[in-house]
Design a protein around this ligand. Structure first.
Ligand code: NAD
Length: 352
């Protein structure tokens, strides 16, 4: 075993079913008397009901969280927060709502309680991506790390199966890259393998029975651990490709991850024999990249980047951008091999 540094991010986690019943108690522990609830417009009714059921009196809702945390929305929410006299933030939803909560915590230093309802994993990271004038900037600060996270399986059963699958594959990508990250260490790797095993088992079950509470429990557990991976170590080629492709061709987040991951893993495989051995065991397969590709088919991921609208003549540009300011990666970036990787991902072909 080599020397390593392991950094744990502080957070109190309540995990289970019906755990929202502990919301009031957890708010008291954080010293919050006047919480501001956050949601997207789609979940506003659900979150209003949660606030009314679980918090007596003074809860307020800002229900306009949006994808990619636009600063214009944050400014409106900040104004609302101040006029409501809120002394704490409660984000109920996926990465978009949690992003708004983090942006508000950054500007106010108020405590944050998060109730995640997707598998994106943002609740476990000190990372915030904000968009202003069409440009997304990502920063990392302990000021945005949530203080308390309540996972309540009951809130995840409404996440449609396909969205669950894509969100779950997005989560798996964090754990896969944690295994070969520059700061990879035995503790994060244990967490990553546990996470991958749980999600690979749960997602196909959710596709056939979205109300299966065992599968929902496993998926939320896996997603939590994937978020820990993302918040603990740096990411590599896969994330660089997804950010480049998403930003340049305006491709949807989870879908892009689900298409690129098998190809990025196949690219890195020759450089990470030990990781591949661990993955074979965790995923119960001889070919982890192929298995991830098949999982993409199972969760009805789009047939390649072409199906998301990326033009074929954009492949060369994507290679250039991926090679410029690259993230650390276990296998050096080779333009020809990267071109083949993106071409395969574009066509929806299996990894090679
Ligand atoms: P999302 O938060 O955008 O949610 C997508 C839609 O699903 C929304 O309309 C939402 O209201 C709805 N929804 C959420 N949970 C639901 C449920 N249980 N039932 C029914 N509908 C539900 O999607 P996401 O994938 O969770 O988040 C994506 C965003 O999160 C991206 O902007 C991404 O960059 C960001 N993200 C950030 C981090 C980080 O560490 N900062 C990590 C992962 C993702």
């Amino acid at each position: 075993m080599q020397d390593f540094i392991y950094k744990a991010n502080p957070a109190r986690v309540i995990f289970g079913q019906g755990t929202l019943d502990q919301l009031a108690e957890e708010l008291t522990l954080l010293g919050i008397t006047t919480p501001l609830f956050l949601s997207t417009p789609q979940q506003a009714d659900q979150v209003t009901e949660i606030a009314e059921t679980h918090v007596s009196g003074s809860a307020q809702l800002f229900g306009n969280a949006a994808m990619h945390t636009p600063t214009a929305v944050t400014e409106k929410a900040l104004h609302f927060l101040k006029s409501a006299g809120a002394d704490g933030i409660v984000s109920v939803g996926g990465g978009s709502t949690i992003g708004l909560g983090k942006a508000l915590a950054l500007r106010t230093n108020l405590p944050q309680l998060v109730v995640p309802t997707t598998y994106a994993g943002s609740e476990m990271t000190p990372i915030l991506g904000e968009t202003a004038d069409g440009v997304k900037r990502t920063m990392s600060s302990n000021k945005v790390l949530p203080d308390t996270v309540i996972y309540d399986i009951d809130l995840t059963t409404t996440l449609p199966p396909r969205m669950s699958g894509l969100s779950g594959l997005n989560a798996i990508a964090h754990a896969v890259e944690a295994l070969y990250a520059e700061e990879a260490n035995p503790v994060t790797s244990l967490i990553a393998l546990e996470a991958i095993g749980a999600l690979v088992e749960a997602l196909p079950v959710i596709m056939t029975d979205p109300s299966d509470s065992d599968a929902r429990r496993k998926a939320a557990y896996g997603a939590w651990l994937c978020g820990v991976c993302l918040g603990t170590v740096g990411m590599a080629l896969h994330h660089k490709l997804c950010h480049t492709l998403g930003g340049t061709f305006d491709l949807p987040h989870a879908e892009t991850h689900s298409i690129v991951l098998p190809h990025a893993l196949a690219y890195n495989a020759p450089a990470i024999p030990e990781v591949m051995a661990h993955l074979r065991k965790a995923m119960d397969t001889d070919d982890p990249a192929r298995r991830l590709y098949e999982l993409g088919r199972t969760v009805e991921a789009p047939e390649g980047l072409q199906a998301l609208g990326m033009p074929e003549d954009g492949i060369g540009r994507a290679v250039e951008l991926a090679m410029a300011n690259p993230y650390w990666n276990p296998r050096p970036l080779e333009a020809g091999a990267l071109h083949a990787l993106i071409r395969n991902a574009h066509a929806g072909a299996p990894p090679s």
